[in-house]
Design a protein around this ligand. Sequence first.
Ligand code: ADP
Ligand code: MG
Length: 245
Amino acid sequence: MSAAPMIEARGIHKYFGSMHVLRGIDASVAHGEVAALMGSSGSGKSTFLRCLNRIEEPTEGEVLIDGSIITNMRTDVNRVRADIGMVFQDYNLFPHMTALENVALGLIHVRKRSRSEARDAAASALEQVGLADHLTKHPQQLSGGQQQRVAIARSLAMQPKAILFDEPTSALDPEMVHEVLDVMRALAGEGMTMVVVSHEIGFLRKVADQLIVFDAGLVVERGPTVRVLDEPEHERTREFLRALR
Ligand code: ADP
Ligand code: MG
C-alpha cells in the first residue's frame, strides 16, 4: 500500500457558465476509507463527485488517484472512469441488455477482456451483490434495489480503485433501501475505498469514517463522522441535520 491517499482533490473549482458551483474544494480519502458527503440540494455534492472521475471537468484544481494526477490532457478518461466507478441515483442500466450484459459491457470495451472472461467476471460480480439467480433478467424485470445492485456489480467487475456513490438509495422504495446499504457496507468491510453522497444517517454512522459537509460550493465542516453528527461545529451543519430529523 502506497503512502499517497487513494483520492486527493486540491483546490477544485467548477463553473457552469458564470455560475461558480465549486469554490475551492480540498479532500483526501485514504486507501480503504469511506468518506461521506452531505449538504443541501444544489450545494455541489454531485458536481464534486463527478469531478473525481472526470465525468465533469474541473475548471481549476487537481485530482490525484493513488498519487497520480488524472486531471491533465494525457490521462485517458475512459481508464479513469473504469478505475473510479460510479453508482448513480437512477442506476443508468441499459434497458435492452440483461443484468449480465450490463455488467460485462465495460469489461469487454474498456478492459478489453474476451467475451467469455467478461461473462465469468460479470457473473461473479453479480453473485457478490446477491444476484446470482438474476443474471439473464432485463432491468425492467428487476426491483429498484436489484437494479441498483446490478449497477454496483457493474462498477465492481472493473476491479476499481474506488467507487463513488451519488445518493444510491434516494430513488428506492423504503423497503429496498437496506439491501443496497447492506451491499455497500459489505464492500466497505472488504476495504473498498468509497465516497458516498447520502443522507442515511444510521448507515453513515456505522460505515463512513469521514463526513464532509458542503454548503454553496464550499466545505463548511469535516471530520470523523460520529463527531460531526453528534457535535456539529458549524451552524449550517446543525441546520442541515435538524432538517433531516
Ligand atoms: P447537489 O448534488 O449538491 O444537489 P449539484 O452538484 O448537482 O448539487 O449542483 C450544484 C449546482 O450546479 C446547482 O445549482 C445545479 O443547478 C448546477 N449544475 C449542476 N450541473 C449542471 C450543469 N451540467 N449545467 C449547469 N448547471 C449545473
Ligand atoms: Mg446531487
